[in-house]
Each structure stands twice: as C-alpha cells, then as structure tokens.
Design a protein around this ligand. Structure first.
Ligand code: ADP
Ligand code: MG
Length: 378
C-alpha cells in the first residue's frame, strides 16, 4: 500500500457519508493472481500466486447490538443483517457476515467496503473482501485463525468450495514476491518459500475477459469430482501422489480421468520449474511455462473457454512471451508476461480480435510486481 493511499481517504469519506463520523478500524487486503499452479490446490499440489496492487478496504465501527450494517461503494448498495441469523445470509453480505460469524463475533458493526479489485474476474475479490473484514474486525487474531475464518466464510456461509489458495496469499503475501504454496501441508504451514516476481525488461499484465465464472456452479464442482474419482482409480489419497506411469496406464481405461490427473502432475512440475525460472529472472522459460500451463488447462483439464483461448493466442501473437488463463476456469482473466511498454499495442490487438467476434474488449490491468498481504491501516 502507498503511504498516503487515496483509496483510504475515499473509504473514510464514504464511511462518514453512510454511517456518520469515523471508523474505529480500517484494513486493506489485495486481490491476487496465480502465476501458475491451477487446480492443484484441491489435489494436494503446488501453486505460485502473488498479490495485486488492487485492494479492498474495510472500515468499521462496533455497534452495541447484533446488527451488521454494510455499504459497498462497488455496488453502491446498503444492506443490514442480524449476526444471529448468519447462516441464512446470502449475496455479497454473506462474505462479510460469514467472516464475522466464523471469527466468533457476537456484536455487530457498521462496515464500509471500498475496493478497486475487479469483481468476479478470477482475481479473488471475494478473499480480498473477507480478509479485509477479518483483519479490521479481529486485528489481534493470528494468521491461522484469520485463514480458517475466511475459508469457512466462503465454504460454509457463501457455499463456494474454494481450497484456501486465495486466503493464503491475500493474508500472507510479501512485497516483490510470489508465494510457493504446498497444499499437502496444513493451512498455516503452506508457504514453502517466496520467489522474486520482477523480470527485467518485462511487466506482468492481466486481461479481464468479462466472461462470468461462477465457482458455485457446475463445471468447477464436476472437475473436483473427477479428480476425486481419478485419485480413487489410482489408489492415492491425492492426485499429486500419483505416479506418471500409473496415470499412463489409467489412460488406456479411463481417458478423461487420466487427463485430469496428468494436468495435476505436469502442473506441479511447471510450478517447480517456474520458481527456478523466477529466481533466474529467465523471461523465456517463464513465458514457455505459462503457455504450457494454458494448453494443459485447455486440453487435459478442460476448463478453458473460447474467449480465454482466443485471448491467449492473440496475446502470444502480439508480443507476449507467455500467457495463460487464471483461476478456476470457464471465464475470468488471462495473465501475460509482456515486454515493458508493449501493453497498449497488445491490448488493442486483443480488442480487435474480440471485436471481430462480437465480444466485449478485455480490460487490461497492470499486475505490479507482488504486493504485501492484508494489513491494518487504522
Ligand atoms: P472473484 O473472487 O474471482 O472476484 P467470486 O465469485 O469468488 O469471484 O467473488 C465475487 C463476489 O464477491 C461478488 O459477487 C460479491 O458477492 C463479492 N464481492 C467481492 N468484492 C466485493 C465488493 N467490493 N463489494 C461487494 N461485494 C463484493
Ligand atoms: Mg473468489
């Protein structure tokens, strides 16, 4: 976060407008992009996310009753909910109320949410929201408590089966680095090491395709079921533990399940290779790994879509050294490593290709070089 962040002033002004006076606490939490390691989290594997410059701020003040009054500048919408009925809460309020309930709060708050994280773009605006609320409402809680509560909010209150990747990086990210996360470990011990994200002569960019993805609907759940079935067929507790030979053998009987397993094994290998390539600041290898990850997600894991495939091919054809879809799939954003200064030209190539197909132009977003995780501001 910048020392005098204008977003903090905006959040304070909006708080005064909607609730009057000043908040007692204010925290910010970043969106995130996963550089590589997609669909490995729920298979006991590896991933390598970093935090974005875009942040969600939660400004709050305790109340004497059990009511949570919320306003989000994103929706320009005010909502109210009784904490005692937290389980029944739906919509965006469920992220806020679910987090408070999971942290054990019994009295309410006035909460102002102000964010520049694109919503529903696969950049984890949801974890930015829950983590900002968690840190603002429970500044004394330790990392494990914050992790568990924000994961519980999404899994049990919202009903989104997320695996903890988002919360780990949104809470634990360190400036200038990506976090290597190992999902064979308990949630509080997942950060294995950091890797530097700066690549000389290059910039990280994200392109939001505006294609809606929804973790709560069918495709994501189907892939998780297939991974469970593949692990069963291979006789391993998680796909990460399967041997390539056993997967090759399975492909003779169960081609689809074997392809899902193959993605997980090759993706884990790409995460390791990416960590080394970042250490070496080796742009060409970084690019190759990104693009291979996309092809594996498209062909073996089958979670891409026409817009993401076109985006990646156009990015590669207009100067990106590598590109891939990010997030659970079926829409959302693509991440690319671009030569410094080429984003404008690449963006117009994308806009042209999308326009010719009658699709809305993707929105470019500078991804920075790794921000710090959730922090308390006030
Ligand atoms: P992603 O996390 O990739 O952005 P999700 O579907 O997981 O997508 O989460 C998006 C949801 O999170 C939104 O539909 C909304 O309910 C909630 N949300 C995120 N940010 C905000 C915000 N600033 N204001 C209100 N709701 C938000
Ligand atoms: Mg999310």
């Amino acid at each position: 976060m910048r020392p005098h962040d204008p977003r903090v002033d905006e959040a304070l002004a909006a708080f005064a407008r909607h609730f009057g006076g000043t908040p007692t606490r204010l925290a910010g939490a970043p969106g995130r992009v996963n550089l590589i390691g997609e669909h490995t989290d729920h298979n006991g594997g590896l991933c390598l996310p970093f935090a974005l410059p875009q942040r969600t701020f939660a400004a709050l003040r305790p109340r004497a009753d059990q009511i949570v009054r919320m306003h989000s500048t994103h929706r320009d919408q005010s909502l109210e909910w009784d904490l005692r009925e937290a389980r029944a809460c739906r919509g965006w309020a469920a992220y806020v109320v679910g987090t408070l309930a999971a942290l054990g709060h019994r009295t309410g708050f006035d909460i102002l949410v102000h964010s520049d994280v694109p919503v529903g773009a696969g950049l984890s605006s949801s974890a930015a929201l829950t983590c900002a609320v968690a840190v603002a409402s429970s500044p004394e809680a330790d990392l494990t408590t914050l992790l568990r509560a924000t994961i519980t909010a999404e899994n049990d209150y919202v009903g989104a089966p997320t695996g903890g990747l988002d919360q780990s990086v949104v809470l634990g990210a360190r400036a200038g680095t990506a976090l290597l996360l190992d999902f064979s470990r308990p949630e509080s011990e997942r950060v294995v090491r950091t890797a530097p994200t700066a690549v000389p002569g290059h910039e990280w960019w994200i392109f939001d395709t505006h294609v809606a993805h929804d973790l709560a609907d069918g495709g994501y759940a189907a892939r998780r079921r297939e991974c469970t079935a593949a692990a069963e067929a291979l006789g391993v507790p998680t796909l990460t533990l399967a041997s390539p030979a056993a997967v090759a053998e399975l492909s003779l009987r169960e081609a689809t399940l074997a392809a899902r397993a193959r993605h997980v094994l090759t993706e884990n290998a790409r995460v390791r290779a990416m960590t080394a390539a970042l250490d070496a600041r080796d742009a060409a290898t970084i690019g190759t790994l990104l693009t291979r990850s996309h092809r594996s997600l498209r062909d073996d894991f089958a979670v891409s879509c026409a817009e993401l495939d076109v985006a990646v091919e156009v990015l590669l054809g207009s100067g990106a050294v590598g590109a891939r879809m990010v997030g659970g799939g079926f829409g959302g954003s693509a991440v690319a490593l671009l030569p410094t200064g080429s984003a404008r030209q690449v963006g117009s190539a994308l806009a042209g290709a999308f326009g010719r197909r009658g699709w809305r132009a993707p929105t470019p977003l500078a991804a920075g070089r790794g921000n710090e995780g959730a922090t308390r501001v006030v």
